[in-house]
Design a protein around this ligand. Sequence first.
Ligand SMILES: NC(=O)c1ccc[n+]([C@@H]2O[C@H](COP(=O)([O-])OP(=O)(O)OC[C@H]3O[C@@H](n4cnc5c(N)ncnc54)[C@H](O)[C@@H]3O)[C@@H](O)[C@H]2O)c1
Length: 306
Amino acid sequence: MRLLLTGSSGWLGQTLAPRLQALGHDVVGLDPVPSAHTAIVGSVADREVVRSAFGGGRIQAVIHAGALHKPHIERYTASDFIATNVTGTLNLLEESIAHGVERFVFTSTTSLMISRRIRAGRAGGARQAEWMTEEMSPQPRNIYGVSKLSAEHLCRLYHEQSKLPVVVLRTGRFFPEADDMAHVIKQSDANTKANELLFRRLTVADAAEAHVVALDKAPDVGFDIFIISAPPPFSRDDRAALIDDAPAVVARYFPDYPQIYARLGWTMFDSIDRIYDPSHAARRLGFTCRTSFSELLAELRATGQG
Ligand SMILES: NC(=O)c1ccc[n+]([C@@H]2O[C@H](COP(=O)([O-])OP(=O)(O)OC[C@H]3O[C@@H](n4cnc5c(N)ncnc54)[C@H](O)[C@@H]3O)[C@@H](O)[C@H]2O)c1
């Protein structure tokens, strides 16, 4: 398939572009930042750039991963977020429809599901962890979330009007950098990322693979939104205990984790305030992340690091 990949110079794009090429796809990368995977250096916010991207040969599919995201909030204005994430998505949807594109995958974010109340967690008086599903009505807490939710609505609207198949992937965290709250987190970066695999993180390889599966399934799906995150071991019955004493809950599922963690000098978060449930993607897309906390622990055992 000949496809347009936006954000091709980014962290996800650099994993996804070679994966798509290995599957035999002809990938046209579009990004304002030049890279080996970017044929068109330009912005999705520029309608002429987007239009000409469809003109150079028949594009059959679009994967729209290019965005300003959370780390950019400090450096860019709200208008920049709207131009890139909302107008950019609108440009791509309209040109896709005008050029007969057959499928469209939009990279969204679980971040848009976090309201100020959910973010406050136990300190804000939460008595149990939030069980996060696609059924919730998000109330994003910042311009990044608002712009991504607006883009999701555009995806739904244009699907309804044109029947263009659109799959929205609300991915959890897969960034390699340390958390922007690292200064208040007790754990090291590797420890933090391991803990997060229990409820809010996935590997970049899994994020890329979710896009491959979404591309494949888009015509069957029509339109839908999916949370993409490593499968959590927990059940809804654990919600109160996760807020009160997360290490005890994790030890019930992984009895040897305290020993493995102790040898690494790692600790579990005291409290887990939200769990992203990726089961809708498992059921409807047939996609489950390969790497979860369970695989990570097995790896730590096998390499003797644990
Ligand atoms: N990294 C995460 O943890 C995470 C979590 C959830 C969702 N996401 C989403 O995944 C996607 C990829 O994120 P990433 O981690 O690879 O981030 P990244 O910043 O490494 O990559 C994003 C890419 O988009 C490009 N871009 C910025 N403005 C653009 C524009 N106007 N037109 C076209 N491209 C533009 C950037 O130059 C960059 O190469 C984004 O849509 C992001 O919102 C990321």
